[in-house]
Write a protein of this length. Structure first.
Length: 80
């Protein structure tokens, strides 16, 4: 089974890299870009595990290792 985890800043946290990219796009003439948020993507392969077990451990893994729960949020999707 393969799981994709997306980690990004919480909406209340300033994202300086996202703002820098947005400003660069505006400079290049893409004024319609309203906002950009930076994120990280992790693809995790799990062996011999049920969907129920994946739904139990992926939030644990994400909360303990992949994301900083104070400033980041995560979502995941089982893709295989």
């Amino acid at each position: 089974m393969k799981v994709r985890v997306l980690v990004s800043f919480k909406d209340s946290v300033l994202d300086p890299q996202g703002q820098a990219v947005k400003n660069a796009l505006h400079t290049l003439g893409y004024g319609g870009v309203i906002d950009i948020r930076q994120g990280k993507v992790f693809e995790i392969e799990l062996e011999d595990i049920s969907v129920e077990e994946a739904n139990r451990i992926i939030p644990e893994i994400s909360d303990k290792v992949l994301a900083n729960p104070i400033i980041e949020k995560f979502e995941y999707q089982i893709i295989e």
